[in-house]
Structure formats: C-alpha cells, structure tokens
Unconditional design. Structure first.
Ligand SMILES: Nc1ncnc2c1ncn2[C@@H]1O[C@H](COP(=O)(O)OP(=O)(O)O)[C@@H](O)[C@H]1O
Ligand SMILES: [Mg+2]
Length: 238
C-alpha cells in the first residue's frame, strides 16, 4: 500500500529514492525498495524542522512514501558546477554553507526519552550523516537540507568526518577528469570552515556499509579517503 499509485512527473532519481512532482507545492519521495520504510527519514526531517534546521516540511509518511513540501531550486552541486562560471556558486561560499548546516544540525540536542532515531556513543547532537552538496537544495530564501534517512544522535565530529570521507572519495574518483570544480579544493575548503572532525576511521566504516548506494568509482576510493582527509585536516590545523 502506498500513498499515491499514480504520481506525477519524475523530478529526480536519487540513489535510494525516486522523487515525483505531486503539484507545485508537494513532492513524493518514494524509496526504490518498497520494503524500505520511510519512518526514520520522516521522523528526522520533523525533528530537524521543528528545531529550526532549514528542511522541507513532512506532509505525510506511509510505507516507502514520504510527501514533502516542494523546494524550488537546484542542488548545491548543480549550483556550483552548471551554467556560466560567473553565475556559479563559489566553492568557498558553498563549503561555508555546508559547514553552517552541520553546526545548525548539531545544535539540536536529543530530547529526554527520544526513541525514534538511533543513538551513537559519544554525544547527543542531531547528526545528518549524509550531508553533501547533492542533499542541499538552494531555495531563494536559503539552503534547505534534505535526505535525513541516516540521521542519528551522536558526536558532531563524526558527522563532519562522514562528509569529509564523501568529499574525499569524490575528489579521488574524478581527479583525472577536467572538472569545473577541483574536488580536493572543495574538501580543503570544507575542512577549513567545519567543526573539528573526529572518528575518521568509524566514518570510513560507516560509508563502507553503504557501498551499494555509491557510484563504483567512489566506493573504490574508500581505502584512500582517510589518508587524504587526515593530510588536509592536519594542514588546516584541525
Ligand atoms: N522536497 C523536495 N523538493 C524538491 N526536490 C526534492 C525534494 N526532495 C528531494 N528532491 C530531489 O530529489 C533528489 C533525491 O532526493 P533524496 O531525498 O536526496 O533521495 P536519495 O536518498 O535517493 O538521494 C534530490 O537531490 C532533489 O533533486
Ligand atoms: Mg540524496
């Protein structure tokens, strides 16, 4: 049983979900796997939104389906890389924005008795754990953070480390291509504006558990990611 048997136009297809336009104010995010329940993503999106983190409102959740307020705007990655260079979002600005979204998320603390999200040892901050430029939508009134399916309570430095590993795999996977954005500079800029990272080897293990949802070229760089992150973090005084 799903929320809507005939959704509208397919807006985007992510690694785990297909996102359809329901109308000009709502989207349907449907997991590709019908057995994958959206409960955790829905709970985390609600918790984050209620605490003031910019994220689309949850309008309904049922089985693999999540109905969300529609955000008008490209992803941060698209805004950094597409169109004329003069109109692109500068890399440093984007990475400062990403670091700020981390801080705003981590300021949310686990309420007493909260049971909807898993708790990791070492902290009680809200963690997104997939906070990268494809999970930020650039609305006219500011960035909106989406895709909360990995959200947990835990130590902020782990969330920073997960983002750093994601950016490092991306940088290492595509380093030979002539890219509009140099992804190593992207990681360097992120580390310079982010909170201190911790739990780096746990972050690599965490990403390793998700290789099925990553492009093969990025998954192949997991063994090399920690070295690049450590090198740049040490250089930036982290
Ligand atoms: N509320 C929304 N409004 C507009 N577009 C959205 C919304 N939520 C998701 N999308 C689009 O769908 C894509 C995939 O959604 P996401 O939640 O990141 O799923 P996945 O887990 O598959 O990455 C996003 O990158 C974005 O382009
Ligand atoms: Mg996503």
């Amino acid at each position: 049983m799903t929320t809507c048997d005939h959704p509208g136009v397919l807006l985007a297809s992510g690694a785990t979900a297909l996102v359809y336009e329901l109308d000009d104010r709502r989207v349907l995010r449907r997991y590709r796997d019908p057995a994958h329940a959206t409960g955790r993503a829905a709970a985390a999106t609600r918790i984050a939104g209620d605490a003031g983190v910019p994220t689309p409102r949850v309008l309904a959740a049922h089985g693999p389906d999540l109905v969300l307020e529609r955000v008008d705007g490209p992803t941060m990655l698209a805004e950094m890389t597409s169109g004329a260079v003069a109109e692109q979002l500068p890399m440093r600005e984007a990475m400062a924005m990403l670091a700020d979204l981390h801080r705003r998320t981590h300021r949310v603390r686990m309420p007493q008795g909260e049971r909807e999200l898993p708790r990791l040892p070492g902290g009680d901050s809200l963690l997104h754990l997939d906070l990268h430029p494809n999970n930020v939508l650039m609305a006219a009134d500011g960035p909106q953070l989406i895709d909360w399916e990995n959200a947990s309570w835990g130590p902020p430095g782990f969330d920073v480390a997960v983002t750093a590993v994601i950016l490092a795999c991306y940088a290492l996977a595509y380093r030979t291509e002539d890219d509009a954005v140099d992804a190593t500079d992207l990681l360097d800029a992120f580390l310079r504006s982010a909170e201190p990272l911790t739990h780096l080897s746990d972050a690599v293990d965490f990403r390793r558990e998700r290789v099925d949802f990553m492009p093969a070229a990025e998954a192949a760089q997991l063994d090399n990611a920690a070295g690049l992150v450590r090198y740049l973090a040490d250089r930036s005084g982290q």
